[in-house]
Ligand binder design. Sequence first.
Ligand code: NAP
Length: 375
Amino acid sequence: MFERLSAPHGLLRYGVAPDQKKIKRIADRFDRIALEYGFRFWGNVHVGRDITVEELQERYDAIVLAVGASVDRQMGIPGEGLSGCYSSMEFVGWYNGHPDFKQQSFDLNCERAVIVGNGNVALDVARMLARSEQELHSLDMPDYARELLSASKLKEIVIVGRRGPAQISFTAQELNMLKTLERASVFVGDSELVLNDESQFEMASHENRHRKRAYEVLQSFDGEKKDVGIRMTFLQSPVEVLGDHCVKGVCLCHNVMKGPADDQRAAPTEDVHDLSCGLVISCIGYAMDDTFGLPKFGDHIAHEEGRVQGTDRVYVTGWAKTGPQGLIGGTKADAMQTLPAILADLQMLKPRASLDREAVMQLLKQKGIQPVTSL
Ligand code: NAP
């Protein structure tokens, strides 16, 4: 296993929120696999830069790319670069101690934060911003992040969705987690929950039952008064982040839904208003970087049953195969679909004489790479 960072576990270590303790425990399963005979970890090796896929192919019979989606999507609006406006990748990486983001600093001395996006990452970010000092103390996270979050002055966190409450990507379970917050409560105004005819049709379909469950959770928030309010608002798109050097607010445009049921899009209206805030975090999903120069199909590497198109025995799994969507458990099922392709192709191969591990080490050393290795 080759890994760009010195520590393993990727998104599980650096992406999953520290309060998702059960999910984090999947790392124990990974560690058990890593202890099996024949497994070797090579950390601090950036495949595609420190060592090429071709160089790996010369030394291994099959290469599986499980590189995820490591670039954040941009909102593409003026003011996005202001201090105080961050992507979820930066903020989530920071509170999880990701080496690329742990030097980042955030100013939580403002009263209102705006989170853009209606996916589970937006909920992770909202929870982490809203947790009390006591709650943060029980979490496995870096001290610098715990201290800064504990000292936060935030009174309101506004989660902004560009489409309606029937099109949210939140899951019911993650929405319900908001109810467990010690010092924060959720408010969703009745007018926010009104559905147009197409959305009512969508809610009635069996295929959208998970969305219906999530919508029912939205209806169930009682808005009880606590120290921090999490407010959900829909049919709004940020069109500008306001401020000179630092964020002072966002300009939001009211949207209307257009198009048939199950394919409704947000269309902007002329109705815009400013919302003051000192922090904006965009949680609008991730994308793949182009390190490998491999053919892409939409938001993932182009493949057939896990075989990367136009390559010989290079495979793909996880978000690099499916695009940045789905829960961690789903990646296991996905890997099980790539596996038959690998096994079938390996059967056709003449068995290779044993792998010369020292040759890999020598190659890396020649290139000036200091790998962190498990053997
Ligand atoms: P996501 O589920 O794809 O949600 C992205 C959200 O951003 C959507 O609401 C999308 O709206 C919105 N969006 C995209 N572009 C936008 C723009 N330009 N302006 C405004 N809004 C925009 O992505 P995610 O939250 O990053 O999550 C990625 C995957 O990880 C998901 O499958 C998620 O369930 C999973 N995850 C799971 C957990 C958990 O189980 N605890 C935690 C975190 C993440 P549209 O729908 O209109 O495109």
